[in-house]
Write a protein that binds this ligand. Structure first.
Ligand code: G3I
Length: 339
């Protein structure tokens, strides 16, 4: 058992879906879920779990340029709109993801050719169309995602190659389209790799010095059982807080099978994962409350996680199992959220 953990809470309600306590009620900041629009359907247990436990949503894919802007003169607002409307009707907040990334861009953007001014006009028009469309509905945005490599150097992308100072421009353009939206830089491995964290925070500090409207940082938190450490998480939170940045844990999940050595979710893994989710929530709570913009989980139920189909391996990274039963991880996270 986990030291200090009430044994009943390790396994409670395993046979009773949705009898567990309401997750978001434990926190004084938003608790979000990545949503694939097709799963929002009356009677789908995904929708039931989403509504019960979460008070913020992020489209897992549908606001990415490749989906929302498939042709140069065509925006496909429908899927993202339906998720935003669903959330609004329930009083949930919406965090937008993502305006500038090197993945999931439409071929017309990848193949774009033009002068610097034409590249700038293209990206500006995309950003301002999307942010403008959701003005007043999407309260915060991942403006730039994954612009740095693990060693802290800038990632070479079509944006970096074609638009000088594209990060600053993207934030400026997004701010012009919705001055009230909170604007985030989002990336992975900043918790556990100090070189990456230092480089990103230095870049954000430089933007702020220049008056560029960057409000916050999203630590994706796609993590394993033993990495990054709790101390790494706290160091990341503390460094961001020292710069007065709003802080999100933006795509949290805990892989228990990173090396593809497990064929099933054992009791030992369940208990380790429970402790892990708890310590991550506790690390988040070391952020000053005024800077807490929320934690978003990147998937509700294990078999639907991106990790399975992107890495083509078995894994059990989420808070709920295949039958939508709360795992011990759920109770660890829930406990960790409580002040
Ligand atoms: O929609 C198509 C479907 O029509 C097609 O039949 C199917 C066949 O492969 O693919 C479907 O698209 C998949 C899409 O997810 C929707 O499910 C793509 O192949 C798949 O690559 C895509 O994966 C997404 C991934 O980003 C793309 O890089 C994941 O769902 C999404 O969770 C993941 O999210 C990212 C964040 O945006 C940024 N941070 C990392 C995170 C995890 O990679």
């Amino acid at each position: 058992t986990v030291a200090g953990a009430p044994v009943g809470l390790l396994w409670a309600n395993q046979a009773t879906p949705l009898a567990e306590p309401v997750l978001f009620a434990a926190a004084d900041f938003p608790i979000g879920m990545a949503v694939q629009t097709g799963r929002i359907k009356d009677g789908d247990p995904f929708q039931t779990g989403l509504v019960r436990h979460f008070n913020s949503v992020t489209c897992e894919n549908e606001m990415k340029p490749g989906l929302i802007h498939p042709q140069v003169n065509t925006y496909d607002w429908g899927p993202a709109d339906s998720t935003v409307t669903f959330a609004q009707n329930l009083g949930m907040s919406v965090h937008g993801h993502v305006l500038v990334w090197h993945e999931q861009i439409p071929s017309w953007m990848s193949n774009f050719s033009g002068s610097t001014a034409e590249w700038e006009a293209m990206l500006r028009s995309h950003i301002q169309a999307v942010v403008g469309h959701y003005k007043g509905k999407v309260s915060s945005w991942d403006v730039v995602n994954e612009a740095f490599l693990d060693d802290g150097s800038p990632r070479s992308t079509i944006w970096q190659q074609n638009i000088p100072d594209y990060i600053a421009k993207a934030f400026t353009w997004a701010h012009e389209a919705d001055p009230a939206a909170k604007l985030f830089y989002n990336d992975y491995n900043m918790e556990g790799l100090p070189a990456k964290r230092v480089a990103v925070l230095a870049a954000i500090a430089d933007l702020k010095t220049r008056g560029i409207p960057v409000d916050g940082i999203g630590f994706q938190a796609h993590v394993n059982l033993d990495w990054p450490t709790s101390a790494d998480f706290k160091a990341a939170v503390s460094a961001a807080a020292a710069m007065n940045l709003l802080i999100r844990f933006s795509e949290l999940d805990v892989s228990v099978n990173p090396n593809n050595t497990q064929s099933q979710l054992t009791d030992s893994l369940r208990i380790q994962q429970r402790a892990r989710y708890k310590e991550i929530a506790e690390a988040y709570l070391t952020a000053p409350s005024a800077l807490r913009q929320g934690i978003t989980l990147w998937g509700l139920r294990d078999p639907d996680s991106w990790i399975l189909y992107v890495f083509n391996r078995q894994d059990w990274p989420c808070l709920f199992d295949d039958a939508y039963r709360a795992k011990p991880a759920f109770y660890g996270f829930w406990e960790g959220l409580m002040p």
